[in-house]
Design a protein. Sequence first.
Length: 187
Amino acid sequence: MSSQVAATRPGGRSSRVLTAIYTSVGELVGEGVEKITFPVIAERAGVNPTTLYRRWDDVNALLEEVAVAALTRDGESVPDTGSLEEDLTEWAIIIASDIIRPKRARYLRAMVSARVEVLVSCPITERRREQATEIVNRASERGETTPTVAQILDHVVAPLYYRVVFALEVDQDYARRLVGDVLAMAR
């Protein structure tokens, strides 16, 4: 059963268990544990391994879900200022401000270092793609000339994550420059 269709128990216990599992995964990844398995996660979280086996197909599915939870915000909406430039700038600053927070940066670096295989798709990228698509669609409806979603991901989002992974400076001015660069591509 995949994590998207797993049944959850109502009430606070389910939320507490999920928080314990997510916290355990984050700690294990942050500690650089070589082999993260369901039994190791379950022991750390204080739950039975069957809890994990019922909800996720495999450890990678759980890791991806935790990564998305750690690196995006639930209900995160994109800015809607009425201007493509302002929407992209605010969005880039929101992303940058979030991922430079020490806990997020450590988690992002740990997730990257724990990855050994090349992914076919990445839920974090897919979430950012959805957000960029929303911004581009709104701008197009207003008649604005827009860069492609791929250009936004490659020239705004990716450099932000890259710089955080490699502990390079990221600030609002850098985010603004990236947006200026991608908008110049659309002209």
